[in-house]
Structures are given as C-alpha cells and as structure tokens.
Design a protein. Structure first.
Length: 595
C-alpha cells in the first residue's frame, strides 16, 4: 500500500518473493543511472487502435502498469495484458515474449510500455533483460481442492494460512500480484502490544484496558468494542507467536509511541519494515506445506447455497476454481489505491490525494464479499498518512522524526497543529494550509533519538536529490531552502524551544516528544498527506466470521485484516494495523481450520 523504504522493500520482495513467471535471470539495473520516480504515460498502436498505458517507476523498478485506453477487443483482452504486466513487473524488463495468439496486440502493449519508460528519461536498456522473458504457462489444472483457501498474501492472509496449516489444514493462498506482501511488506511493521517484554524492561505501565480505551477514543468511539477487546486480548499472544513460532525478529529495546497512543507501545521489527514479518510468515507457510499461488486473482466467491465453498480466480488469463472444503478466508486488503472506490464512499478522497498503498489495494476482497451478501461497515472512513512524499505519495520514513519531536510548519514558517496528535487531525490541518503541504523541521537532538536520516539513508539521499529535503547548519538556511520567511521560522523554533523547556505547548497542546531544536545540522522536509488505510470493509464478529446484511454469519467465509471494517472506527492508530492483521488472521485461520 510509496516511500523510499517501500522502494527498497519492493526490490527485496521482488527478489525474495514468489514469482509465477518462468525462470529468467532478472537483469541488473545500472546503479549509476538516475531515474526519477513517477508514473509515465506511453502510447502505441495496438491491433484495435490506440493503446495507452501508465507505467509507475520507483527506485529504478517498474512497480505497476495500468491500461488507460485500449481497443483490443479481439487479440489482447485484459487478461492477456495482465500476463504481460505481471511478467514485466516481476522481472523489471520489457523484453517479454508475446502472448500466444495475440502477437500484434502484445507488441502494441510492449511498445506502449516502452514509450512510457522513455518518458522517464531512462535509457530503455535499463529495462531490457538480456534474455527474453518467457511467459508463464500458468496453472496446469483448472480445478484445485483444499481445506482452506485464503485470498491475499499480506500479513493477514499469511497469518491465517500459517495458523490453519498449524492446525492441520491443507491450505492455498491466492495472491494476485507476482509477489506476496501487500501493504504489510511496505509498512513500518510496528505492532502495538500492551504488556510486552520491552515495556516491562523499560518500566512502562500499560494494560489491555488502556489499549482498548486509546483505540476506541482514537476512532471517535464508533468502532465495535467487542472487536477492539478481542484485539487487546490477543495482541500479546500474537506478538509472542510471531517471535517464537514464526521467527520474526524485533528490536529488543525499541518502542514507538504513535499519535493518540497513551504510552510507548509499538514493538518494531528488525529492518524497520513489515517485510521482516511477511518473509518469516512466508517461510513458515512453505515449511507447513501451504501452497502459494501468485499472479492468481480471486474474482468471485462460490456460494451455491448458504455456504461459501470456494473461490473462482484467474491465472494467466484462465479461469481456475479453488474448492475450499472447510472455508475461505478473505484477506485481500483495503482500497486506498482505488480512486473510484474511494470516491464512491467518500468524495473527499479524489485523485488529488496520492496514496501510500501498494497497487494491489483495490478493494477486490470487499467487492467479492459484498456480491455474495456480506455487510459492509464504515466504508467512508479513509485514513490519510500526514507525512508522505508530496510527489510520489509514498510514506516518508525519514519524516518519522516527527515521533522524536520534529515540528511541522507551513509556508509562512508557522506551526499549525499538535505534531503528536492523531493522523487525521494532522492531515486535515496540512490540507488546510496553502498548497496542501507542510514542512517538518528538526535538528540533532531529534536525530539522536530517531536516527531517521541514518536508518533510512537511501530515502534521505533521494529526498535531498529531489529537493524535498535540505540539510543546513542554521534555521535561517532551512528557511531559505524553501523560500520561507526566515525571521518567522527562527521565531517559531525559538518559541517552540521555550515550550520544550516548560514541557508545555500553549499553542497546540503537543503532548509527547518535547525535544529541542537547537543543535545543527538541521533538517527541513516537505511533506503532504496521502491516502493510507481504509478503515471500512466487511463486517465480522469476534470469531472473524463474515456477517451478512441481515446480521447473520455467512457460513464458510472468514475475513481478516484491512478488508474488514469496525475495528478502527474513524481513524486507525499507528501500530494497530499489524496488531489487527496478525490477531484476526490467526483467529480466522484457527476457526476455519476447525470446521
Ligand atoms: P492486510 O494488511 O490486511 O494483510 P495487505 O495489503 O498487506 O493487507 O495484503 C492484501 C493482499 O491481498 C495484497 O498482497 C493484495 O495484492 C492481495 N489481493 C488483493 N486483491 C486480491 C485478489 N482479488 N485476489 C488475490 N489477492 C488479492
């Protein structure tokens, strides 16, 4: 579901993840060539007329291709172009075989992608593997039978799959992308755990009740308290399971305190991203015999009568049926990357908002469940991440300096919000500023605590070369970098340093991370909100069973993770998404396996 780190992760996922396309050595991209991240449009002539595609390039990798215009009624339908897309993305190469029986259309598609790539200014040779990529022949059979079929290979889906397999079930995971991971892999991976070993070591008092109270309050008390209590009751167990059963490594002494959370509560996986969780879950799943079908998109749930009995999917253009003897777990994530769906439920989140979400976050899992009668809740609740890259939309991890005390100022050089407040409050405040962006300002005291420029060195470098971040030895210097009135900015920082001393912020009631901004080098980073998490989705009960529009359980259908609604209310607290996906993924996996 984005930031530089996401680019790093995406690269890692590409390397480590499962690839459903035939074996070919992925080419190495020339490290020295500079390519600007962005989405580039290319056109060509297909068999049926004009073909237009939008190619997204991040960190020298083609991460997504969308067809903008196509008239290929005969040769190249959406499924064949999906085959080409998957191969290009998986191998970061446009040197791909044509789809058999659709050579002219394939050439048209590849030409459109090449023309888009050229718009980026990169030499085409960067995206041409030496060897031509052979397209996957796809799945051999058109019908498979498992005990449990899980839709989506993110954190929720993989947790459900591992748990069901641990309980003896024969499990399949269907993942529409060439690689597993979803938004989980590109997230920060922080996990709110009340009562963790780290809290104990640090002498931090916390409780399930405090977790429940923070979560309900953070979501304006519209979340389902039963679900929030389930989250709190199972968070510690889920964390222990990840550590001991799955082998996820967490930093031993690090805890983060996100906005709206009353104490430092979030444990942090090694590497500072969710990819640690995804890769360990994937390894465990494979060990347990879970079959992961990548490039396999669930298109419908099979419900011949009262019960969901399987999934219809597509793989390399062919329809494949997966019977699920015990049931289906829908863990297909949210819809933050789907502008139309966002606007269907909340007009505010139009295309002016970029997104932190991965391309797969299209809401498919919600739609296919709704099609068989599932009840949806809180669909208009869409969260933005306040401090994202204003050009690419991806989360800025360097901007996590905010959690260590960096302040936000506007173009006038003035503070305008409590920087340790809720994501929605900060996002709304930034959107209310001229230009809908803001600047984060910090110095060495903050840097010493958060070390974000060092931990996310690659992102830091890119932000600097993209002129979105400047490092200077004076506050005046920072102001000049973005044409801010330097007297005002100096005055803002001085005033804030006074508040730090008094541990009281009379202007915006900042509640945490009172850190001075006195010692250079200083940093200023331009940030803007991006859509990040969709709180709405399939209604579930505490057993992760999907509920229909009459309020009854839909037998055979479980749902977990961002595809569900009702847990986070109007606003998800930082650190609660990983908690949600692991807790409810495990509940779904356990219950479905016991059918
Ligand atoms: P969560 O955090 O709830 O696990 P993620 O975004 O991490 O959500 O993972 C959801 C996964 O589901 C993504 O990898 C996404 O590509 C996948 N997905 C979405 N729609 C489908 C679909 N129709 N079929 C198969 N996989 C899907």
């Amino acid at each position: 579901m984005k930031k530089i780190i996401q680019r790093i992760i995406f690269g890692a996922v590409l390397l480590l993840g499962l690839v459903a396309v035939a074996n070919v050595t992925t080419q190495t991209v020339q490290a020295s060539t500079k390519v600007k991240d962005g989405t580039y449009v290319g056109t060509s002539k297909g068999e049926g007329g004009k073909l237009k595609v939008a190619v997204t390039i991040k960190d020298k990798k083609i991460t997504d291709i969308k067809t903008v215009e196509s008239h290929e009624t005969k040769g190249l339908g959406s499924e064949a172009s999906e085959q080409l897309r998957a191969a290009i993305v998986a191998h970061n190469s446009v040197n791909v075989d044509a789809v058999s029986g659709a050579s002219k259309s394939s050439e048209g598609y590849l030409d459109a992608v090449k023309s888009a790539v050229k718009q980026s200014g990169a030499p085409l040779s960067m995206f041409m593997s030496k060897k031509k990529i052979a397209l996957s022949k796809g799945l051999k059979k058109s019908h498979y039978t498992y005990d449990v079929v899980v839709i989506g290979g993110g954190g929720a889906g993989l947790s459900a799959a591992v748990t069901a397999a641990e309980n003896g079930a024969k499990v399949a995971v269907l993942e529409k992308q060439p690689n597993v991971g979803g938004n989980t892999a590109v997230s920060g991976g922080e996990f709110n755990v009340p009562g963790s070993d780290i809290q104990k070591r640090k002498g931090i008092k916390d409780s399930k009740a405090q977790f429940v109270s923070d979560t309900l309050k953070g979501g304006d008390n519209i979340a389902d308290p039963a679900l929030v209590n389930t989250l709190a009751d199972n968070a510690l167990g889920a964390y222990k399971w990840l550590k001991s059963d799955v082998g996820v490594r967490f930093h031993k002494n690090e805890l983060l305190q996100f906005g709206g959370v009353s104490v430092p509560r979030a444990v942090v996986p090694v590497g500072g991203t969710g990819n640690e969780i995804v890769q360990k879950l994937l390894t465990k799943a494979k060990k347990l015999g879970v079959k992961v079908y990548t490039s396999t998109k669930a298109t419908a749930l099979i419900k011949p009568a009262d019960r969901v009995t399987g999934v219809t999917a597509t793989n390399t253009g062919k329809t494949v049926t997966f019977d699920a003897k015990k049931g289906v777990v829908d863990a297909a994530g949210g819809f933050a990357a789907n502008v139309n769906m966002r606007m269907q439920y909340n007009k505010k989140y139009d295309a002016t908002y970029k997104t932190t979400a991965v391309a797969g976050s299209q809401g498919d899992g919600i739609v296919i469940a709704q099609n068989i009668g599932a009840q949806l809740v809180d669909m208009k609740q869409i969260q933005t991440y306040p401090t994202s890259n204003p050009e690419t939309g991806i989360i800025s991890y360097v901007a996590d300096s905010r959690f260590s005390g960096a302040i936000l100022v506007n173009q006038a050089g003035k503070r305008f919000v409590n920087e340790s407040g809720r994501r929605d409050d900060i996002s709304n405040a930034i959107m209310a500023q001229p230009g809908h962006y803001a600047y984060l300002v910090w110095g060495q005291e903050v840097e010493k605590l958060g070390k974000t420029t060092k931990t996310y060195k690659k992102e830091f470098k890119t932000l600097k070369s993209d002129k979105l971040l400047f490092e200077k030895n004076s506050i005046k210097g920072l102001a000049k970098s973005f044409d801010i009135d330097s007297k005002t900015l100096v005055n803002t920082v001085d005033t804030f340093n006074g508040y730090v001393k008094a541990k009281k912020d009379p202007d915006f009631a900042k509640s945490a991370a009172f850190t001075p901004i006195k010692k250079g080098q200083f940093y200023i980073e331009k940030v803007a909100p991006s859509t990040h998490h969709t709180m709405g989705g399939i209604k579930i009960n505490t057993q992760a069973e999907a509920i229909n529009t009459n309020g009854q359980v839909i037998p055979g259908l479980y749902a977990a993770g961002e595809v569900t609604g009702g847990i986070h209310g109007t606003n998800r607290l930082g650190g609660n998404a990983i908690c949600d996906i692991i807790v409810f993924g495990r509940i779904a996996g356990k219950n479905v396996s016991q059918n």
